[in-house]
Design a protein around this ligand. Structure first.
Ligand code: CA
Length: 252
């Protein structure tokens, strides 16, 4: 039998952390609680939790700072807990690498569903691949066996969700993928309304794989529809070539 998964709850309101602790324990998780951001970072280093539930409004160090610090070193799933009126915080958290969010107040079922979905996504990213061993698109390369991504032969570190999104786009190179398709395929069917999760993850991915993230070369917007990975040709070396596969970039 595998050990129980360890969840770190970072929450300063005792009423909320007690609620989270008891519902998670009932669902079979081991639980640690940090009442502030500094303590949270200590517990992450000491205990390497399998998942973090992170309130954004915390004493001593904000949840966003905790998130930024943890993401520099760790890939575990992070779900942020936000207030209803904190749309900005939610978007910032997603851009800093949060995997998902829960808006307070939320119920036990919603909490469970989000944990199960995030965990499933991480496991899927770790599953062995049946694809070709590598994907190459000009200076972008994915090594499916090593699960590594390279840009100009420099290794780029992606979180499991970013990796899964990139692979999904790569496997459908030159095809337009709708927001709904990407959300259902990478996150799960229950996420098809969460376009801002997708936008933030695309943003993060572009920061990592595009030379000019504001003027992307590989991952293009299809306004109002979704995104498309474009096949880029390696510049011809000896003979000149018309590059018949080159896709025209059109604005809609
Ligand atoms: Ca709080």
């Amino acid at each position: 039998m595998a050990d129980k998964s360890l969840v770190l709850v970072v929450e300063d309101e005792p009423r909320v952390s007690r609620y989270l602790r008891s519902s998670l324990q009932m669902a079979g998780y081991d639980v640690l609680v940090a009442p502030d951001g500094v303590k949270a970072l200590e517990l992450v280093q000491e205990n390497r939790p399998d998942l973090i539930l992170l309130d954004l409004r915390l004493p001593r160090m904000s949840g966003l700072e905790v998130l930024e610090n943890v993401r520099k070193q760790h890939d575990m799933p992070i779900i942020v807990l936000t207030a209803n009126d904190a749309e900005d915080d939610k978007v910032k958290a997603l851009m800093l690498g949060a995997d998902d969010y829960l808006t307070k107040p939320f119920g036990t079922r919603e909490l469970q569903a989000r944990i199960v979905a995030v965990t499933r996504r991480y496991r899927a990213a770790e599953a062995p691949s049946e694809r070709a061993t590598t994907y190459e698109n000009q200076s972008l390369r994915i090594d499916y066996v090593a699960r590594q991504v390279f840009v100009d032969n420099d290794s780029v570190h992606l979180t499991p969700t970013e990796y899964r999104l990139l692979v999904t786009m790569a496997e459908n190179t030159n095809r337009v993928l709708t927001h709904d398709y990407l959300l259902a395929h990478v996150w799960g069917a229950e996420y098809t309304d969460d376009v801002h999760i997708l936008r933030a993850t695309i943003w993060r991915l572009r920061q990592k794989v595009e030379k000019d993230p504001t003027n992307p070369h590989y991952i293009l917007n299809e306004p109002g529809i979704g995104y498309r990975m474009v096949r880029r040709e390696t510049p011809p070396t000896s003979t000149s070539d018309n590059n018949p596969d080159e896709v025209e970039e059109t604005t809609i």
